[in-house]
Design a protein around this ligand. Structure first.
Ligand SMILES: C[S@@+](CC[C@H](N)C(=O)[O-])C[C@H]1O[C@@H](n2cnc3c(N)ncnc32)[C@H](O)[C@@H]1O
Length: 276
């Protein structure tokens, strides 16, 4: 019998089931769950119950034969925590260093990738920072922000662009005024001018990258869940997709090994592509 805690929905993972999930998720999505046995059990309990499975064995064989169920599985096992103005120094650096540098090269296009964008706060925040830095020159610039995540649930929330008032506490009052609209239900929605700059799509960072090139790539608090070798391989792929003079931002609690890092170190969590 696999139900180990009487009266609850909790189902304990057998060793081989745990190994299968760790290998499957690590190999296909990069996320290292090897130390997360309790987290898997806690997050998948409702998934088992809602689908009428009594054991992980049944659940896993359904996952193997039903790719559509993978999205729901991913929605459970990914951590989508995000908030506005997270690691504000990055937005400051974007406004004060990156945009003036690009403008000094007489370029008026800006292509940014928010990789692992979760519920949208990061790409909208980037769009607000760009708009605020460009000011009246904004209309003569072409700005595009590609925002990707593997979780369809996070992307649905991101596209909706609706956030409770409590999420706005870290945002400067003039940004709230300029970029957010209060809805009748008391929540706030990102305004159309900002939303139209951001294009969301589902993308797994373990898959080959499309050929598009970016001036700036944000991949913050995503690789923290990956093994070092996986992160390194993804950083090398980001490098291939970064324009000369472009930047990579990672989370402050993440690190890149200095020896294999193709980017030039600027300061903690900020890297520059300079080959000339
Ligand atoms: C903690 S959130 C970080 C959100 C945002 N970048 C920030 O710093 O606030 C991590 C996101 O990475 C996504 N993620 C995890 N593995 C991924 C993968 N292999 N490909 C794409 N996104 C992934 C998760 O779905 C989650 O939304």
């Amino acid at each position: 019998m696999d139900f180990s805690e009487s009266g609850s929905n909790f189902v304990r993972l057998k060793d081989d089931e745990f190994d299968y999930i760790v290998k499957f998720v690590g190999g296909r999505y990069g996320i290292d769950l090897s130390q997360k046995r309790k987290l898997i059990e806690a997050r998948l309990a409702s998934e088992l119950k809602n689908n009428g499975f009594k054991s992980y064995e049944q659940y896993i064989s359904m996952l193997q034969s039903n790719p559509a169920a993978i999205d729901s599985f991913l929605n459970k096992i990914t951590t989508n925590y995000s908030y506005f103005n997270r690691e504000m120094e990055h937005y400051d650096f974007l406004m004060r260093a990156v945009i003036p540098e690009i403008a000094a090269r007489k370029k008026n296009t800006l292509s940014i990738w928010s990789a692992g964008c979760s519920t949208g706060e990061e790409p909208y925040n980037i769009a607000m920072a760009v708009d605020s830095a460009l000011g009246i020159k904004r209309s003569s610039w072409s700005v595009s922000i590609t925002a990707t995540d593997v979780s369809t649930r996070a992307l649905t929330a991101a596209r909706k662009a609706e956030y409770p008032e409590s999420e706005l506490s870290s945002m400067a009052p003039d940004w709230v005024k300029n970029y957010m609209t209060k809805l009748p239900n008391g929540n706030y929605q990102v305004c159309d001018n900002i939303r139209r700059v951001v294009a969301f799509s589902q993308f797994n960072l373990m898959d080959p990258f499309p050929p598009h090139m970016y001036d700036v790539i944000f991949c913050r608090n995503v690789m923290i869940y990956f093994k070092q070798a996986t992160s390194q391989a993804i950083i090398n792929k980001f490098y291939q997709r970064t324009n000369e003079g472009g930047y990579l931002f990672i989370g402050h609690s993440e690190s890149i090994s200095h020896s294999d890092n193709p980017y030039k170190y600027v300061k903690p969590s900020i890297f520059h592509k300079v080959t000339k």
